[in-house]
Design a protein. Structure first.
Length: 484
């Protein structure tokens, strides 16, 4: 019976991931009333399966039609969609499923053997450490900007500005709302992502009058041995990054996927392919995505600390059964904890078995004539934007950012820095203000605490290294142009 509920949760999670905008948080919240009729073990197994199943499904639309329904799918779309346009959507989807399975399984091993021990890592992080980590993540915009550094920094500033609209996270004071009640709730970043990527891409393709995303015969349906060779290292590296960062409350898959993607880009011998169809980029993003999910269960089970919105709703499911996650959960309810963990091993296997046979079906979407597919993408984008908060305001935001995404593409502005800045902004600001309150306004707090100082110095090194690569590459290009 428990395996059946893991299977049902995996299917629902995959569907939730495929549909843009809905997300695992909404799906788990909708199913919370089941706690009144189901015993605790099968209900929590199903809700957990929805959470990690959505991470599998989220890659599908990101790769095939460039609709990242969650911020964590943006790095996947950067290379996956380019592979789909080259007729290699099948291998990209296959690698996404395999990397998700490998990362999910490896991180579950960490959850199984080291949960109480690793949970202490989360307790060592205060506001200064979180700010330093978010600052380090924000420094990735230099790498994500490619050759257009100034345009990337402008996109980053715009993303930070958009995230500031609404209420101050500490004081509750309205900012940049201009008297609008709708703006007081802030700009939902799912609407921003759907607009920038999905709607913006449709507008570009309409202008180009394309007949289909990929007009020729699809070359491959499944990954080749060469694809696996290029991706294997990315799978285990992203598993480690995603799992350990997933231990930190608030460090969501949306953050860890960017960090793992950028780390792989720096390590890879084929870094020039990133953003143009590097299959290891897909493997890194999807591996980190799923490893973060499993890592998030460590502080949830060990201390009752949810690392993100979906796990916060799942914590509510525990509470409705009168269960309090924490150190005593392993002693008082070992059957529940270990059954749920065992179901996650099976759930990962179920998701791999479910997703690999569907690779060919999803890849065929790229062959649908664009006059049919384009309006369908717009329709699903509108539904996805509306389904997050059930506000028409979010739909208008998505359409507005669709036009902005179109203009950014036309003018050569990178989209990823803007998305990363929008995702990081709130936690960056909150942890900065809390840290300055703790230190009576002194910024030295970021350099006097060992973990924070390590992240700050790492961020500085990454910024200097990124700038050096930018300007040395530009100098080499100028020298080549002069010799020509």
């Amino acid at each position: 019976m428990n395996i059946l509920y893991a299977f049902l949760g995996s299917i629902v999670g995959t569907l939730v991931g495929v549909l843009p905008g809905i997300g695992p948080t909404s799906a788990i919240a909708i199913l919370l009333p089941l706690t009144t009729i189901l015993p605790p073990i099968p209900a929590i197994i199903m809700m957990a399966a929805i959470y990690y199943g959505a991470m599998y499904g989220g890659s599908t639309t990101a790769i095939v039609v460039n609709i990242p329904g969650e911020a964590s799918s943006v790095p996947t779309a950067m290379d996956g969609y380019q592979l789909a346009r080259q007729g290699r959507g099948g291998p990209a989807l296959g690698i996404a499923a395999i990397s998700s399975f490998v990362a999910g399984t490896l991180s579950l091993v960490g959850l199984t053997f080291f949960a109480p021990l690793l949970a202490n890592v989360a307790l060592a992080f205060g506001p200064p450490e979180y700010f330093a980590l978010m600052f380090m993540a924000l420094s990735l915009v230099i790498s994500l900007s490619g050759k257009a550094l100034l345009k990337g920094l402008i996109a980053t500033a715009l993303g930070l500005l958009v995230a500031m609209i609404g209420l101050d996270p500490l004081t509750g004071e309205a900012r940049l709302t201009f008297g609008s009640v709708s703006l007081m709730a802030g700009i939902n970043f799912i609407s921003v992502i759907i607009g920038l990527f999905a709607i913006g891409e449709v507008l570009i393709n309409v202008e180009r009058a394309v007949a289909a995303i990929y007009e020729n015969k699809i070359r491959d349906w499944l990954p080749t041995l060469e694809d696996l060779k290029h991706s294997w290292g990315a799978m285990w590296r992203s598993s480690i990054i995603g799992f350990f960062l997933g231990l930190l409350p608030g460090c969501s898959p949306a953050v860890t996927t960017f960090i793992a993607y950028d780390a792989e880009k720096k390590i890879s011998k084929r870094s020039h392919l990133f953003g143009h169809g590097a299959i290891e980029g897909v493997a890194a993003a999807e591996g980190a995505n799923n490893a973060t999910c499993s890592g998030g269960f460590v502080p949830l089970f060990s201390f009752g600390i949810p690392s993100g919105p979906a796990l916060a709703v799942l914590l509510g499911g525990f509470m409705m059964y009168g269960l309090q996650p924490g150190p005593m959960l392993f002693k008082e309810n070992p059957d529940l904890v270990w059954t749920v963990i065992a179901s996650m091993y099976l759930g990962n296997l179920i998701l791999l078995i479910l997703n690999l046979p569907l690779v060919g079906l999803w890849a065929r979407i790229a062959l649908i004539p664009f006059p049919i597919l384009g309006p369908m993408i717009i329709l699903f984008s509108v539904i996805g934007a509306y389904s997050v908060r059930f506000l028409m305001f979010d739909v208008w935001v998505a359409l507005l950012f669709g036009i902005l995404g179109y203009l950014m593409r036309k003018l050569g502005f990178p989209l990823a820095p803007m998305v990363l800045a929008t995702v990081l902004a709130q936690m960056l600001e909150t942890s900065l203000k809390q840290s300055l309150v703790l230190s009576s306004g002194s910024p030295l707090i970021f350099f006097t605490r060992p973990i924070a100082a390590a992240f700050m110095f790492l961020a500085i090194i990454m910024i200097v290294w990124g700038l050096w690569l930018q300007f040395s590459g530009r100098s080499a290009q100028l020298a080549a142009d002069e010799s020509d």
